[in-house]
Design a protein around this ligand. Structure first.
Ligand code: ZN
Length: 366
């Protein structure tokens, strides 16, 4: 039997994309009741111990809808670079996916609450309420005057990746190449550097996953926040262009940032194959490597549920206790497991958002 579920705050999932792509007339009940599709819904989140996480809004590329797997994207990327998306159509999709999340919250009868502070997330975890945080994966819907950014921020946007693995007006994503260095293509545009400054000002987390290496260094130079890659792995183990080199990891460490370990098998396996017959021990290999490189306070989880091919023993969010069991098998103690499963994410979010941690607050008040 797997160990009882412990709370996980996860750095990345694509359930909103799945619900959007399914074009169901009932996305709210599909999520709340589960519809036996995909890898993440409310019942299975409860079962597996998912307490909350960054819920991504992602605008699929026309002609090659991501349809839910990085593997499909990988195959498509071999043919042609995804086209640059048009602003108005990207904005329509972003509004549709954000609306779905807000409707889930409103119709959840208190079981889901969209969070914007670490205090709110902790209160949800304590009360058994699922705590999504709004994340934008690729800024195609953001105009150069940042009007949409301002509005999304007011609507609760707390995290943003300037690019997905394609180009936009802000920069250039890293292609799905294996084996390959992430040093492919030019860095951020001037608009991209301005976006970094705007996110700093609004205290929106800037997600480095999907940026190419030059873009990574441009963010590192321009940002005043900890460097965070929400769903990426160690390039030294799996030399995929989506993974982080030791130099990048050292910069993340020096900024007191965080890496969320991605369970996608093609980012985990040393051979880069999209083979679900991948032992969870190989996921823990990345956790271990990152702990050694970053320190045990700067490693979290970033599943990619509903966005990638998962290992057989982690085929849905309900199986999260299997991952915890794999960490226990490495003799990780309760304190380290709590850090990796949630505490490190809450620490870096608090630092990035510059909001006092509710627990720290209570301590100070006492
Ligand atoms: Zn992604």
């Amino acid at each position: 039997m797997p160990s009882p579920s412990i709370p996980v705050f996860d750095g990345h999932n694509d359930v909103l994309l799945r619900l959007f792509m399914e074009r169901s007339a009932t996305p709210v009940s599909d999520f709340m009741d589960g519809n036996d599709k995909g890898q993440l819904d409310f019942p299975r989140a409860r079962e597996g111990g998912l307490a909350g996480g960054l819920f991504a809004i992602f605008v699929p590329s026309p002609r090659q809808p991501r349809g839910g797997t990085d593997g499909a994207a990988q195959a498509a990327a071999a043919d042609a670079a995804p086209p640059v998306l048009e602003l108005a159509s990207a904005q329509r999709t972003v509004l549709a996916m954000a609306a779905t999340l807000f409707r889930i919250e409103r119709e959840s009868e208190g079981r889901v609450r969209v969070c914007g502070s670490v205090g709110e997330i902790r209160a949800c975890v304590d009360a058994g309420v699922l705590a999504p945080v709004l994340h934008l994966e690729g800024a195609e819907a953001i105009d150069e005057d940042f009007q949409m950014l301002e509005v999304l921020h007011k609507a609760g946007l707390k995290s943003l990746g300037p690019v997905w693995s394609r180009s936009n007006i802000f920069g250039h994503g890293v292609p799905f190449s294996f084996p390959a260095s992430p040093d492919i293509g030019p860095g951020l545009t001037d608009a991209g550097k301005a976006l970094v400054k705007a996110c700093n000002e609004l205290r929106i987390l800037i997600d480095l996953s999907h940026l190419n290496e030059k873009g990574f260094w441009d963010v590192a130079a321009a940002s005043d926040a900890p460097l965070v890659a929400s769903h990426s792995n160690a390039h030294a183990i799996c030399p995929h262009a989506r993974n982080l080199t030791d130099r990048q990891l050292d910069a993340i460490r020096d900024s007191d940032g965080l890496v969320g370990v991605n369970y996608a098998v093609n980012f985990v396996r040393p051979d880069g194959r999209r083979d679900s017959n991948t032992p969870l021990d190989q996921v823990v290999d990345h956790v271990e490597y990152l702990i050694n490189r970053l320190g045990e306070d700067r490693v979290g989880l970033g599943s990619d549920f509903d966005g990638a091919a998962m290992p057989n023993d982690l085929s849905s969010v309900a199986a999260l206790p299997n991952l915890v069991a794999a960490m226990r098998a490495r003799q990780y103690g309760d304190a380290l497991i709590a850090k990796i499963c949630s505490e490190n994410w809450l620490r870096v979010l608090g630092k990035t958002w510059r909001q006092p941690d509710a627990a720290t607050d209570r301590t100070r008040g006492a």
